[in-house]
Design a protein around this ligand. Structure first.
Ligand SMILES: [Zn+2]
Length: 422
């Protein structure tokens, strides 16, 4: 497991209190049932991979009241009010996409729920779709309506990504530190920190000032553990100077971009990038439509600049590009680059869950965890991949979403009790 899983994550007092209550409530619910009571849903026959507990093997999973209630070698089918047959499939903790764009109806976001058949994802992190001018609408009109769980980084630009493709940071006056800090402090249930895009066409003459203001907003918020997610691409100026600003726990996204000013130069990973990883900056993939270059990634993997988190950067523009930035497809690219399956799964479950740090037992299939599951097929056979710079690679297998369960309820059939035919 990577360093993210070892880090002790702190969060605000409000979040801690909320978490403590949530755990007590969950334990009470599990304890209230007798040993012969039925499960709402039993997922049977699958091969469970749960890196959070070093578990890989055939297991049945019993779900009751939206929680994992049992993980056993065999649960009789009659013990489930409903069952899902996962024979021949992999059963994973619900996938977490740490860099996605799900503020639909405003900017480049898509509906996380509509994406589920392609993503198998139960938790999305919005990477700065909203800024202080749009976050409240996002929270009330989108997040509150979503079946999939949504957390978010607040954009340091108050207009968020609503002005795409016009750079949201061309006018530095949109980066309002006090307003952003206040919004972080008011929304510890959803907000993980600040997002900033440090690309020349986004920031213009403003250089690293947007990043500095994003960092200042997290500090001024008083929220312990608030992070900055920093996008790179054609970064303004010296990329090493940018990397040196990132603090332990901050997130470098598009780490393997080949858009210019890359983390790998002449085949060598920048010293500043390796130093950032060593001090605990989280390395995030953020594939997207223009931010994943095999030649960068391959050199980086060889030299130890490995990802902590695999994410898609799926949005309305990237979604139709040939690199197919869907989380299972991006995971498949790393699998075919030689990263072991368990590590690939960890980088889309327990690692981002640990970075989120405010939803108890997120990213695991332990008893008492939220009943979020991604059932996927590992499809053997030749497969063609392409990055965002027309580099092609052959692969041997890929991960394909089959069925997704959120809070104990499958997307699609079987429709849940009490109104459905069993
Ligand atoms: Zn993005």
């Amino acid at each position: 497991m990577d360093d993210v899983t070892r880090r002790t994550l702190l969060h605000g007092a409000g979040a801690s209190l909320a978490a403590a209550g949530f755990i007590q409530e969950a334990m009470a619910r599990v304890a209230a049932f007798g040993p012969d009571d039925p499960y709402d849903l039993v997922v049977r026959g699958g091969e469970v991979i749960d890196p959070s507990q070093n578990l890989r093997g055939r297991r049945d999973i019993g779900i009751r009241n939206a929680m994992i209630a049992a993980v056993e070698r065999e649960i009789a089918p009659q013990r489930g009010t409903q069952t899902l047959d996962a024979a021949g499939q992999l059963v994973l903790p619900g996938l977490i996409d740490f860099h996605a764009h799900v503020l639909h109806g405003g900017g480049i976001g898509l509906s996380g729920d509509e994406l589920v058949p392609y993503t198998g994802t139960t938790t999305y992190v919005s990477a700065g779709d909203a800024g202080v001018g749009s976050f409240s609408a996002f929270k009330r009109a989108v997040i509150a309506q979503s079946r999939t769980r949504i957390l978010a980084f607040l954009h340091i630009s108050s207009i968020g990504l609503s002005g795409f493709p016009v750079g949201e940071m061309l006018n530095i006056d949109h980066a309002r530190v006090d307003a952003a800090a206040k919004m972080l402090a008011e929304n510890p249930d959803v907000l993980l920190g600040m997002k900033v895009r440090e690309t020349l066409d986004v920031v213009g003459q403003n250089g690293l000032e947007p990043l500095k203001r994003a960092i200042a907003a997290t500090e001024r918020s008083g929220v312990e553990g608030a992070r900055v997610m920093c996008h790179i691409g054609n970064a303004p100026g010296d990329l090493s100077a940018l990397l040196d600003l990132l603090r332990p726990g901050d997130v470098l996204t598009h780490a393997y971009s080949g858009a210019g000013n890359n983390t790998v130069v002449n085949g060598r990973v920048l010293d500043a990038a390796l130093a950032a990883k060593r001090r605990g900056v989280l390395i995030d993939v953020g594939h997207g439509g223009g931010s994943f270059d095999y030649t960068v990634c391959e050199a980086a993997l060889q030299q130890g600049f490995t990802p902590d988190i695999i994410s898609s950067d799926v949005h309305a523009v990237s979604v139709n590009t040939p690199g197919k930035p869907f989380l299972p497809w991006v995971m498949s690219k790393f699998l075919n680059l030689g990263v072991p399956l368990e590590h690939v799964v960890a980088m889309a479950t327990i690692n981002p869950a640990t970075a989120i740090g405010r939803v108890p037992r997120l990213g695991t299939l332990q008893v008492g965890a939220p009943a979020d599951l991604s059932i996927v097929a590992l499809v053997e056979g030749p497969v063609d991949f392409v990055d965002t710079r027309q580099n092609q690679r052959k692969g041997e297998r890929h991960i394909k979403p089959v069925q997704t369960v959120k809070a104990g309820r499958p997307f699609g059939r079987p429709y849940p009790q009490p109104f459905a035919w069993p």
